[in-house]
Design a protein around this ligand. Structure first.
Ligand SMILES: *Cc1c(COP(=O)(O)O)cnc(C)c1O
Length: 389
């Protein structure tokens, strides 16, 4: 239950575990083409947007987005909410972009008026925002940021590694230009795929770059391959992670077949994540645990970043682990010894037994640390909310 890599469904595992298909095998061509179509549906992207699925991690998707968008000296604005926005800054500097930041203290979102003022002040080519910052659990209203950027004529790149398929976002109105993720977090696949959907406008920005992006990152290398697979034709530029592609189409199909609270597909999936976050919150409250992000409106639904109670420190993570559930320590450099993180995204959000086991392990870990914890009360609180879907 760390915030990625996460547990995947048995069906995704089975799809991944077959003999390695060739990249030109008809079954692989079909799985690749279908995955790209499914990505448009999960991303809520128009037919004109280009999906990419490339072997690599979320960081590769960040790198591709930056490398194909900015030329040296161009101004960009990064909305800083933690560890991964700092990474985005580093990547953009490699491409010699002129990077401005508008930041919040760890555990807080950047207020939208501040984002708007920074956009007006810096007139950036593009605004980069982390949808859910995995280091702190902070969520930005990425859709609203994209609206503000659009008004000012800027593009928007959203890092959705810990959010895509779990937090609502739409590319339909053309305001979000790039929405990127890695396969091992909210989208619920094994690690190893960089996945991003790019608007027509952001695709066109690649054509006017003053120097080409690094070879493996270049949209111009990958777009013909993605188009070929979508047309169910064979293609080769660099060998895809073929087992992962097989797993991807099964996992994306499961998202699109979700059914929850009277909704279906991606709407059901995001509603399910919100519901599970609420159920987990009931359990945390029973333990008296507090979030690093104090404002409920600014918390992502994919993980809980919880402060250690007084007298408890980072060894709580191992104590919880001793009860059979892996959770993660803090990640933000300025306060990582003060909190721990529990992921609740992807397949796990369909498994009340797994959530219950997690709540129980956290409670027993707290008890082993000398803190009183009402394990039965916390489990009851979880299941009470769970049953009111
Ligand atoms: C994990 C993460 C990344 C980096 O992804 P990798 O797959 O580890 O390269 C980037 N952004 C966010 C928000 C993340 O959670």
């Amino acid at each position: 239950m760390i915030p990625g890599p996460i547990e995947v469904s048995p069906e995704v595992r089975a799809a991944h575990d077959g003999p390695p298909p060739g990249h030109l095998a008809p079954s692989l061509v079909e799985a690749y083409g279908r995955s790209l179509e499914q990505m448009r549906a999960v991303w809520r992207a128009p037919a004109s947007a280009q999906p990419f699925m490339v072997a690599g991690s979320g960081t590769l998707a960040m790198d591709m987005a930056a490398a194909n968008l900015v030329s040296p000296g161009e101004r960009v604005l990064v909305v800083g909410t933690g560890y991964f926005s700092d990474r985005m800054v580093e990547i953009l500097r490699r491409y010699e972009a002129e990077v401005a930041m508008v930041e919040a203290p760890p555990g807080e979102a950047v207020p939208l008026p501040e984002v708007q003022a920074a956009i007006r002040r810096t007139t950036p080519k593009a605004v980069f925002v982390t949808h859910v910052d995995t280091s702190t659990g902070v969520r930005m209203n990425a859709q609203a940021v994209a609206g503000l950027a659009h008004e000012a004529g800027a593009m928007t790149v959203v890092d959705g590694v810990c959010a895509t398929a779990a937090e609502p976002l739409s590319m339909m109105d053309g305001e979000v230009d790039i929405y990127l993720t890695g396969s091992q977090k909210a989208i619920g696949l094994p690690a190893g795929l960089a996945m991003l959907v790019v608007s027509e406008r952001a695709m066109a920005a690649r054509d006017t770059l003053r120097r080409p992006p690094p070879y493996y990152l270049d949209y111009h290398q990958w777009r013909p391959i993605m188009r070929a697979y979508e047309a169910r034709d064979k293609a080769y530029f660099a060998t895809p992670a073929t087992n992962l592609v097989q797993a991807a189409t099964v996992g994306l199909a499961q998202i699109l077949a979700d059914d929850f609270a009277g909704k279906t597909g991606i709407e059901a999936r995001t509603a399910r994540h919100a519901h599970v976050a609420c159920a987990m919150e009931g359990a945390w409250r029973a333990y008296g645990l507090e979030h690093l992000c104090a404002s409920p409106d600014d918390r992502g639904v994919t993980l809980s970043a919880l402060k250690y109670p007084t007298g408890v420190g980072p060894d709580l993570v191992a104590k919880i682990g001793a009860h059979g559930v892996a959770v993660a320590g803090g990640l933000h450099p300025s306060c990582k010894a003060e909190y721990f993180r529990v992921g609740h995204m992807g397949w796990a959000t369909t498994q009340p037994g797994l959530l219950e086991k997690t709540v129980e392990a956290v409670g027993r870990g707290l008890r082993d640390s000398g803190v009183e914890a009402d394990v039965e009360g916390a489990k009851a609180a979880l299941l009470e909310t769970w049953s009111h879907a």
